[in-house]
Write a protein that binds this ligand. Structure first.
Ligand SMILES: C[S@@+](CC[C@H](N)C(=O)[O-])C[C@H]1O[C@@H](n2cnc3c(N)ncnc32)[C@H](O)[C@@H]1O
Length: 365
């Protein structure tokens, strides 16, 4: 079976068209066994096969088996799958990591990808078993896979230290895959106060504060996750300009007088109505002329891609909260207008993730 690259379906489409080419048996087989393909990727990460090959270059099956401490049959399975899927290459009896993996490793992208794999394995996988039920009931049935009585995934994480670590490591990496573009796109020269709503471990707050030495950032975060935020801010040595405010951003008032309000990977979690309510609170918290910024993955306005946005929506449908998906750009823009914002601007973000940025302004009165 030939395994197409992630971009193959759209690349194969006619120029300008968003839809992939007609389904063929190779792609259908990959869908049928997609869960197994991911298990090879995860095993290659967790068993450190690819890290071993990145470090040592080319190795024989016997050398790999000895280094990984695997039985012969187990190593044969691992190498069969990883090589058939293209993660490893076999040349003259020796295995090496795929060229793409080696080039990702050179610029730090491989570690970020591994953090994403761990998130998919330990958090997304159990919850997405309830995808069909979640679609039928139009709610996140998969949350039942994460023990606890919190109303959403985030309010349950602190009870599961391993999952909490996996989640915030992933969120940091996922943000870092694209937030250099956020920092570059946002001219904060005239801004002194920025509010980061649901800021996680402050990955974006810290990047913006580092790039703008005059900027003070308040991070809103739920009380059970605020210690994660606090720890990162302290480690970064930016406690004089970046503060975390433990709160419930839906129930509690936003601090006012803000030049900029950021929602990073936030408005993919909630329903459009909840998003509009959050954006209204942002509007009220802004000074005239202030800007709100939405930074997260976007699907296209036609509702047929890109494929990573579609795949990531399974998680948002099944697990974190009652509503959410990788919404199309136009849906965010509609919510922004309903919340009172004008001059809405789209900024496309390059890269393999479907990140985008929307900046909208509160009218200067
Ligand atoms: C998907 S993560 C995004 C984290 C960060 N903004 C980033 O881009 O890496 C969503 C964050 O929102 C926080 N959150 C969820 N509900 C919240 C609420 N009601 N009030 C404040 N923060 C909340 C979660 O705890 C979590 O850290």
């Amino acid at each position: 079976m030939t395994i197409p690259a992630m971009t193959t379906p759209s690349a194969a489409a006619s120029p300008g068209a968003e839809q992939p080419a007609e389904l063929d048996m190779d792609r259908l087989s990959l869908l049928l066994f997609g869960h197994a393909a991911f298990q090879y990727l995860n095993a290659a990460c967790e068993l450190e096969l690819l890290d071993l090959l990145l470090e040592r270059g080319e190795l024989t099956a016997e050398e790999i088996r000895a280094e990984l401490g695997l039985a012969e049959r187990a190593a044969d399975i691992l190498l069969l799958g990883c090589t058939a899927l293209g993660l490893t290459r076999k040349e003259e009896g020796r295995y090496r990591a795929a060229t793409l993996i080696a080039s990702l490793a050179e610029d730090g992208g491989w570690d970020k990808l591994k953090d994403t794999v761990a998130f998919e394995q330990h958090i997304v996988y159990p919850g997405q078993a309830d995808f069909v039920a979640s679609l039928r009931e139009n709610t996140n049935v998969g949350l039942r896979r994460i023990p606890g009585d919190g109303p959403d995934l985030y309010h349950r994480l602190s009870r599961h230290p391993h999952l909490e670590t996996v989640f915030y490591r992933y969120m940091r990496s996922w943000s870092e895959l694209a937030n250099e573009h956020l920092v570059a796109a946002l001219d904060l020269g005239g801004a002194t106060r920025l509010l980061d709503c649901g800021g996680g471990d402050a990955v974006n707050a810290l990047a913006l504060a580092e790039a703008n030495p005059h900027l003070h950032v308040t991070v809103l975060e739920i009380p059970s996750s605020a210690p994660v935020t606090e720890k990162r801010i302290t480690e970064a040595g930016l406690g004089d300009r970046v503060l975390v405010e433990p709160c419930d951003m839906f129930a509690d008032p936003f601090p006012g007088g803000m030049d900029c309000v950021l929602f990073a990977h936030q408005l993919v979690i909630w329903t459009p109505e909840e998003n509009t309510a959050l954006l209204r609170k942002a509007y009220d918290a802004l000074t005239p002329g202030g800007r709100v910024v939405i930074f997260n993955s976007m699907s296209n306005d036609e509702g047929d891609g890109p494929v990573v946005a579609a795949l990531d929506s399974v998680y948002f449908a099944s697990l974190p909260a009652e509503g959410g998906m990788i919404y199309p750009w136009r849906l965010h823009e509609k919510c922004l207008r309903e919340a009172g914002f004008s001059s809405v601007e789209r900024i496309e973000v390059p890269g393999w993730t479907p990140h985008g940025i929307i900046v909208a302004a509160k009218q200067d009165t």
